[in-house]
Design a protein around this ligand. Structure first.
Ligand SMILES: CC(C)(COP(=O)(O)OP(=O)(O)OC[C@H]1O[C@@H](n2cnc3c(N)ncnc32)[C@H](O)[C@@H]1OP(=O)(O)O)[C@@H](O)C(=O)NCCC(=O)NCCS
Length: 141
């Protein structure tokens, strides 16, 4: 049995450990800062799935920019893969966005992680023919 709830500040160590074991932490991101920034935002949150022992086994960062919804840091602990954690975290992110009137959910998949595309397609996502562009506004983040 899993419970889904918004993360709290005290979860940061366990959440970052989950993100690391799931291969979601890269050199150019500070996961602790990412967590705190999302939690502090009026239009963003981090949601977690917690097992009966209180361990964090799933996560999703969700937010919107006033137009589209986005998810990041979708994670299911390796020991829990294939048990619906990922599906559930996508669903709670969708509900979070629907509650705020956001019509469309988008996400980015790193080109080193394309094996996850089939998962998203299975959940109803489509690969969108877009060129994603980005620019660092603050360096060393
Ligand atoms: C992606 C991830 C969150 C999936 O979590 P999970 O809990 O194993 O997935 P679920 O058990 O909820 O799977 C949901 C459904 O997708 C299907 N599925 C899973 N991976 C799939 C794949 N690669 N291709 C097609 N279908 C897939 C499952 O069979 C399941 O189908 P069903 O619900 O109809 O029976 C997990 O593998 C993970 O944490 N990966 C590392 C982090 C990552 O890459 N995150 C995404 C960053 S963009």
């Amino acid at each position: 049995m899993l419970t889904v709830r918004p993360a709290v500040a005290e979860d940061v160590t366990d959440i970052v450990a989950l993100w690391r074991v799931c291969g979601l932490v890269v050199s150019y991101n500070d996961p602790e800062a990412d967590f705190r920034f999302a939690k502090a935002g009026a239009c963003s949150d981090v949601l977690v799935a917690v097992d009966e022992a209180g361990g964090i086994v799933g996560s999703v960062m969700v937010g919107h920019d006033g137009h589209r919804g986005w998810i990041y840091y979708l994670a299911a602990h390796p020991a829990w893969r294939g048990h619906g954690v990922g599906r559930r975290m996508v669903r709670v992110a969708e509900d979070w966005l629907l509650d705020r009137g956001v019509a469309k959910l988008q996400l980015l998949v790193r080109d080193t992680n394309t094996k996850v595309v089939g998962f998203y397609e299975h959940l109803g996502f489509e690969v969108a023919p877009r060129v994603a562009m980005s620019k660092w506004l603050i360096k060393d983040q």
